[in-house]
Write a protein of this length. Structure first.
Length: 245
């Protein structure tokens, strides 16, 4: 399909640059996925996951947090391991163009680069993207569609003492497959101080046996676009990856 569109544009005398080529690829995927854009089953899958996920989150005092402490000198909030993030105070001066030139505020500090990665693969000749039903304590609803891999450097290095994040091997150290997107972006500079993520999309060979569990789902590009237009379905980090593409 892409070749047909490319030939048509070239016959019309249009210049085919990188941006046009990428747009053709997205259009080709959309056309090839016609008939594979219904999200009824995917919505039912997510709703079932949400109903079965019996999590509870509530606000408690910072002094009641386990393994977190308030520094007696600075007032910073830190994890006992020295990893993950900390809450620090930041002073801003000379912010031309903002509501005021200077102010102070608390910020989340995590001077490391995490990975936000989505695996894609042609399945029965149609490109699909792998998303996870993932929980975060700040969600309005318990589970949202998230990237295949959503991990900080501390997670990847197992600072928590737990397991390495699933699918990390597809994105770390050269990874597995063809890297289609790899770009570093700042994570909400109004709340996070110097926190970055590498947004990645990696295409794996259609014969690769990706070890998917029932917390993951394959979606076509038209299905992804439908979910993006719905409230509280796709988390902000998945949107960052897709917006980098």
């Amino acid at each position: 399909m892409k070749e047909k569109l490319l030939n048509f544009l070239q016959e019309k005398g249009y210049k085919i640059n990188e941006e046009v080529n990428e747009a053709l690829e997205r259009l080709s995927e959309t056309l090839e996925a016609q008939g594979n854009d219904n999200i009824t089953a995917a919505l039912a899958w997510l709703e079932e996951k949400r109903k079965a996920y019996g999590v509870k989150a509530q606000e408690i005092g910072v002094k009641n947090l386990d393994k977190w402490h308030i520094d007696s000198e600075t007032g910073d909030i830190k994890h006992e391991s020295g990893k993950f993030f900390s809450v620090v105070g930041v002073k801003v001066e000379g912010a031309t163009g903002r509501e005021v030139l200077s102010w102070t505020q608390p910020m989340i500090k995590q001077n490391e680069c995490g990975i936000l990665g989505i695996i894609c693969q042609k399945r029965n000749g149609i490109m699909h993207y792998l998303f996870c039903a993932k929980y975060e304590p700040g969600n309005l609803v318990n589970l949202q569609l998230s990237p295949t891999l959503q991990a900080t450097e501390s997670n990847l290095k197992q600072a928590h003492g737990g397991k390495k994040p699933k699918f990390a091997e597809y994105f770390e150290d050269g990874g597995k497959g063809k890297v289609k997107v790899s770009v570093v972006q700042v994570e909400d500079g109004g709340r996070f101080y110097m926190k970055t993520n590498r947004c990645m999309i990696v295409e794996v060979d259609e014969n690769e046996q990706v070890p998917v569990t029932d917390d993951y789902i394959w979606l076509t590009l038209p299905q992804v676009k439908k979910f993006l237009k719905m409230d509280n379905m796709v988390n902000s980090l998945a949107r960052c990856v897709l917006g980098s593409w």
